[in-house]
Design a protein around this ligand. Sequence first.
Ligand SMILES: *Cc1c(COP(=O)(O)O)cnc(C)c1O
Length: 344
Amino acid sequence: MRYVELRSDTMTRPTPAMRKAMADAEVGDDVFGEDPTVNRLEATAAERLAKAAALFVPSGTMANLVSQMAHCGRGDEMILGSLAHSFYYEQGGSAAVASIHPRTVPNHPDGKLPLDVLEAAIRGDNIHFPRTRLISLENTHNLCGGAPLDPVYLRSVGDIAHRHGVKLHIDGARLFNAAVALGVPARQLSVEADSISFCLSKGLAAPVGSVVCGSTEFIQAARRARKVLGGGMRQAGVLAAAGLVALNEMVDRLAEDHANARRLADGLAGIAGLKLDPERYITNIIYFDVVKPDLNATELAAALQKEGVRMLASGPRTLRAVTHYEVTAVDIEYALSVMAKVIK
Ligand SMILES: *Cc1c(COP(=O)(O)O)cnc(C)c1O
């Protein structure tokens, strides 16, 4: 059975061009720095985000953790959003593995951290306090409905961080979705960041991998951290080859995913028994609530799945749908017709 797969953009499978590039990839030992395809991916990523250097890592989780480890020492504090992926979905690795103390600031629903609250959270010099070393933002914001952070906001946060001698990391798992939705080059979203990561394996459709970009010194430290975490890969060029196709061929088409998500949101908003504000969603992630008393999110997801549509129950009454490369406009119409049918 073919499913309209809306649970996650991580479900994308490598494109034919990626499989060909993987088969043909020139490789070497990347721990020795000798994999030409990995080196090419890192150079391409660094250039794209206007940073001096980049590092290929197996996952977005590792991209965040190596960045945190490069910026912070044992007992240092990192400020991040209460709904940040790094805080919520990474097993508390910053604390568990890297001995970094996380301090959360409540996320506004648009993914931002209020500037006054953020600045007030930075610690002064006091023997009782941990030292604030890092602020971490998320762009687009997963749990905040794929909301993008714009260059003006990023500039304000960068100003605050750097005025206090604190580094800024941006978890840009879906950075290119933000760039496409805002109509700006990705490098405008990386200017303020001391480090910035993005996933190749989500909407860009590569099978594996993330890249983190920053200064040469930062990348040296991140490379050491990657090794101790077991992320030093050998002939990783077979993976980087797909990543290069992702960067070169899969970015501009994200606009289609955004259009499909918007059509889905508008359609869902018109179905009695569901509640959402479609105006909120301008990238590829939407959340909506089931408001029928006799139906919860898990039951609705199960009923949809029987009809070939997969969405994620992300709360007792909340579902998530994410559009991507393998979901067409026709699929969206089908998903809406199934939703209208099963909700009755
Ligand atoms: C998916 C995601 C990650 C982690 O990526 P993995 O490759 O699954 O480890 C990090 N941050 C955000 C915002 C994400 O959406």
